[in-house]
Structures are given as structure tokens and as C-alpha cells.
Design a protein around this ligand. Structure first.
Ligand SMILES: [Mg+2]
Length: 106
């Protein structure tokens, strides 16, 4: 199953099985997943005073970053937004901005 079809299947199941689809709850889920990812980035760069295996942290971080994308997708759907269309438009704008950007010379 290609990625977009998997997202559609996830939405179909979510829509069928979750009765309460409040946008604020879905937005909070993005924040929750973002917090988890930030904690792991802190670990990755050594901001935590504890011992851990970097590859394990990287693996967990990849999972949390995926959660951010998934919760953003669900939040968008609950809010009646086509995320693919929005991301496509935003990517064009970001690419244009970076192409036009010149590093300031000091
Ligand atoms: Mg998570």
C-alpha cells in the first residue's frame, strides 16, 4: 500500500471508530507528539544528564516525528483540510523562498 493510501485507510478507520472528533483535541495531540520529539532531540544532542544509546534514541525520534505527521494529518481532516494540497502549496512557496534567499554578507 502506498503512503497516501495508508493515510486514507487510517482516516477511514479513525472516522468510523472515533465518535468524538474535536479539532482542539487533535491539535493537542500534535503538541503532545511534538513535545515527545523535542525531548528526544535534547537526548540526541546531549542535553540530558543520563546515559543512553544514540541509535535507540534516533529510532524513537523517527517514531515520534512520524507521530507528528500522522496527528497533523488527522487534525487536518477533522478540520476539513486537505493536507496534501496544503503541503504541496507550502513546499512550492518554501522552495521559492530558499531559491530567492541570499545569505547576508557581513
Ligand atoms: Mg508518540
Amino acid at each position: 500500500m502506498v503512503l497516501e493510501a495508508k493515510f486514507e485507510e487510517l482516516w477511514r478507520l479513525f472516522n468510523e471508530k472515533v465518535s468524538e472528533k474535536h479539532p482542539v483535541f487533535q491539535a493537542a495531540k500534535i503538541a503532545e507528539e511534538t513535545g515527545e520529539a523535542i525531548g528526544l532531540v535534547f537526548k540526541l544532542v546531549g542535553f540530558r544528564r543520563e546515559k543512553y544509546e544514540l541509535e535507540a534514541v534516533r529510532e524513537k525520534l523517527s517514531s515520534e516525528l512520524s507521530d507528528i505527521v500522522i496527528t497533523a494529518f488527522i487534525c487536518a481532516r477533522v478540520c476539513g483540510i486537505n493536507l496534501w494540497k496544503a503541503v504541496d502549496k507550502k513546499l512550492d512557496a518554501e522552495i521559492r523562498r530558499w531559491r530567492e534567499y541570499n545569505k547576508p554578507s557581513l
